[in-house]
Design a protein around this ligand. Structure first.
Ligand code: TXA
Ligand code: MG
Length: 302
């Protein structure tokens, strides 16, 4: 009953809190831009941190990420469980680009908690889920923790008891030459070395603390020019609010809708037929802060 209720809510683009063995997550349908944008609005983060994609099996993952021999080796030992892999995202994956904050990679995990497993199987589509806490506060290990933060903001919080591990998953990036630990967690360095051979820690954890700074972070290949409503010759216009433009982040000026469209529309306009992309001003409050943060990074040449 609760399982069906959750699936119905996800289908409708709602956010539901779910238990996992590490910490509780704020889960939404990873294919729906608007649903993923809702997660960011709830978290109140000033940046778009990429989220973890939760799946029930390797078979399901095949549609979304590139499966490598190294992944299969590690997955056989550590999945389901508290380990997240960063993999190459499949170019054709039917995933919201907001899930991975515009990156070409995707962080994925098969959680071990039986309720999380049951939910993922019943829904059949992957769920994007960060830890169910507000930005800058501690990760939730019980349904009561989630209620304290989001009780009156989300339609359903599923109680799966207190989280067995109580610490977020270890994140290891398999897209680098030497697999790189981006976040320490439930699975140790030693346990990973035993299976993967040589691995390393990320430099001073920079990639995790500021994922927007990642070198691989998506930026269009043509220049971005911000805070303008007048495109120059051969510039594409990315609009906001009622205006003439090639694509509009939100004709009605809704920041949540704009966040949902941001990465997909930047990609759509990133076409050599244009000399650049002119972007309309975005109000700098609520999700607008994260949108502007991302736009400023994308506009700054490396
Ligand atoms: O245990 C966990 O992993 C929990 C449960 C709910 O599964 N989830 C969790 O999600 O801790 P979150 O959003 O709080 O942390 C995700 C971390 C972020 O620090 C983010 O920077 C990193 O994963 N991340 C996600 N996608 C990435 C990517 N493509 N490349 C590098 N880092 C990524
Ligand atoms: Mg977190």
């Amino acid at each position: 009953m609760i399982i069906q209720n959750a699936c119905h809510l996800w289908q409708q683009g709602e956010v539901v809190a779910i238990p996992t063995e590490t910490v509780y997550g704020l889960a939404a349908d990873a294919e729906q831009d608007a649903a993923v944008a809702k997660i960011f609005a709830l978290k109140g983060r000033p940046q778009f941190n990429p989220l973890i994609l939760h799946v029930h099996s390797l078979e399901q993952l095949e549609d979304y990420a590139e499966i490598t021999p190294l992944l299969l080796q590690a997955a056989a030992v550590f999945w389901p469980g508290p380990l997240t892999f960063v993999l190459k995202r499949r170019p054709q994956a039917k995933l919201s680009y907001l899930v991975s904050a515009g990156l070409d990679s995707i962080a994925v995990r098969i959680p071990a908690h039986p309720i999380a497993q049951e939910l993922l199987r019943a829904y059949g589509k992957p769920l994007a889920a960060p830890s169910a806490n507000k930005s800058n506060s501690i990760s939730p290990t019980s349904a009561a923790d989630v209620t304290a933060s989001f009780g009156n903001q989300i339609p359903l919080i599923i109680d799966g008891g207190s989280a067995a591990i109580g610490l977020e998953s270890t994140i290891i990036d398999l897209t680098t030459n030497i697999p790189t630990i981006l976040r320490p967690g439930g699975v140790t360095f030693e346990a990973l070395t035993a299976i993967l051979g040589e691995i390393q820690y990320a430099q001073a954890g920079a990639a995790v603390k500021a994922p927007g700074m990642l070198k691989r972070h998506y930026a269009p290949s043509i220049p971005l020019r911000l805070n303008t409503v007048e495109p120059r010759d051969n510039e594409a216009m990315l609009g906001f609010g009622s205006m003439d433009c090639n694509l509009n982040l939100s004709p009605s000026g809704d920041l949540q809708e704009a966040a949902a469209n941001l990465f997909r529309m930047l990609r759509q306009l990133d076409n050599p037929v244009y000399k650049g992309i002119a972007v309309a001003p975005i109000p700098n409050h609520n999700l607008g802060v994260a949108i502007n943060d991302r736009l400023n990074r994308a506009a700054t040449p490396n």
